[in-house]
Design a protein around this ligand. Structure first.
Ligand SMILES: Nc1nc2c(c(=O)[nH]1)N[C@H]1C(S)=C(S)[C@@H](COP(=O)(O)O)O[C@H]1N2
Ligand SMILES: [Mo]
Length: 447
């Protein structure tokens, strides 16, 4: 508990410090409307007239050398046997209907498709969240440029071979969208939220191999004055529904996190990182909201001043009645969730023994225990854990159940992590539906 609270306190302090620096003309805020900055400043109690000029966005000319996935999803049909492919323009890999639900430019993993698959999500079943479309990049010509006034020298570029020559690290971690579970704000709590209506499948866990970002930053000449690191994707500019061009997907990361456990990953589950998941190289930010893990990274700005992008100002903060007018501090760690590996409204044989399986995860600490209810929350029992709980990862669990009679049942799973947090009954509303952590009520039928 103490660890979580002090960490979120540090984030609030960090955010306020950035705002002060912006007011003093020390911070840059590209792509952010002045009124949005003023709203943030007001929220932080820093309402002095802001007259700081912003510096023009200067970056090395970088062209995404490659094509963008067009109608690849269509050609994927038939590649996976009987299941037809869900249509998501912009995603390269096949999306069979029994593994995925298509949601706009995104594909959600069906949790029932993970039953019996092992600890890591098979890459072919891993959810895809694209702001635009998957660019298919050539690993032989790809490179990442590290640049900015937070470096002592003039910066550096690294090819894939350069990165592979540096010491490699392998680790297991989940990537989860901050909006995972968003639809339950509406279906369980009767609230309105904006964004992709995910159920619980905007998460996957994989074994990632790559080089520590800290190693790359040091070789590029990281200076002591560096504050923020801004990785940027090579996918197309993101244009909002109202036509505003927000530029390429990018989100600042404090240097402290960048030097801690962040990877530049070039392998996923023992294979070269595939196009949909950011190949040839993506950023992997363990425990944090998925948006931090920038795919198709093309350049990384290292800055001696705090940086902003729409992805840490207008998006990926908590807005709403319970939050300050400018929103919460930018989101960092994920929250706590659990899911059954069963379809919604699954049919189970009555008076037969069933092994209910599922997974739980937390961005704050390891999962300490999982409790399961098969009677809508009237009684609970402890599930068996099938993995050694680890930070930034999920655990598989199971509980046996014999439905006494045919009829409708509500299954619940509730995780507790090592910081002492337990999934609550409801999540405090925020307008963009981030960080849903309440226990999900999963309906099944015994027949
Ligand atoms: N360049 C780029 N990086 C990106 C995104 C994107 O659209 N473009 N989406 C982000 C979001 S919101 C999430 S949740 C994760 C999803 O990773 P995945 O598609 O490999 O599951 O990638 C993040 N990195
Ligand atoms: Mo996301």
């Amino acid at each position: 508990m103490a660890r979580t609270e002090s960490a979120s306190h540090e984030e609030a302090v960090y955010d306020r410090r950035r705002l002060r620096q912006w007011l003093a003309g020390e911070a840059r805020a590209d792509g952010i409307e002045r009124r949005d900055m003023l709203r943030l400043l007001a929220a932080a109690g820093l309402t002095t007239a802001a007259t700081a000029a912003t510096t023009a966005f200067a970056a090395p000319a970088l062209a995404a050398s490659g094509t963008t996935a067009g109608s690849a999803a269509g050609s994927a049909a038939g590649a996976t046997g009987s299941a037809s492919a869900a249509a998501v323009p912009g995603i390269v890999k096949p999306l069979p209907d029994d593994w995925f639900v298509s949601r706009g430019t995104n594909a959600e993993t069906r949790f029932e498709a993970l039953a019996g698959t092992g600890h890591h999500t098979p890459t072919d079943r891993f959810f895809v969240r694209n702001h635009t479309a998957t660019p298919v990049l050539d690993a032989n010509t790809w490179s990442v440029t590290v640049w900015g006034d937070g470096l002592a020298g003039g910066g550096a570029a690294f090819t894939l071979d350069d990165l592979k020559r540096l010491p490699a690290t392998t680790r297991s971690a989940f990537v989860e969208c901050a909006g995972n579970g968003r639809s339950f704000f509406t279906t369980q709590q009767g609230q309105t939220v904006s964004g992709t209506a995910w159920t619980l499948g905007a998460i996957g866990a994989a074994r990632w191999r790559g080089v520590r970002l800290g190693e790359v930053l040091r070789r590029a000449g990281l200076s002591r004055g560096a504050v923020d690191v801004l990785p940027r994707g090579l996918d197309a500019d993101y244009v909002t529904a109202d036509g505003t061009n927000l530029g390429r997907v990018r989100r600042p990361l404090p240097v402290s996190k960048a030097l801690d456990d962040v990877l530049l990953a070039y392998e996923m589950n023992g294979e070269p990182l595939p196009p949909d998941h950011g190949g040839p190289v993506r950023v992997l930010v363990p425990s944090w909201v998925g948006i931090a893990s920038i795919k198709w990274v093309g350049d990384i700005e290292v800055s001696a001043q705090p940086l902003y992008s729409p992805w840490n100002t207008d998006f990926y903060r908590l807005f709403g009645d319970a939050y300050p007018a400018g929103g919460s501090a930018p989101l960092t760690r994920q929250t706590l969730k659990s899911a059954f590996e069963l379809p919604w409204n699954a049919s189970l044989e009555a008076a037969a023994e069933h092994r209910l399986t599922g997974r739980s995860w937390s961005g704050a600490g390891e999962v300490a225990r999982v409790d399961v209810s098969t009677d809508g929350g009237a009684s609970w029992r402890r599930a068996r854990l099938h993995d050694a709980p680890r930070r930034a990862d999920w655990v598989r669990w199971s509980a046996d159940w014999r439905p006494a009679a045919p009829g409708a049942y509500t299954l619940l799973a509730r995780a507790t992590d090592t910081t002492g947090r337990t999934q609550p009954e409801t999540t405090v509303h925020n307008t963009q539906g981030y960080l849903f952590d309440a226990v999900v009520r999963h309906p099944v039928r015994a027949v």
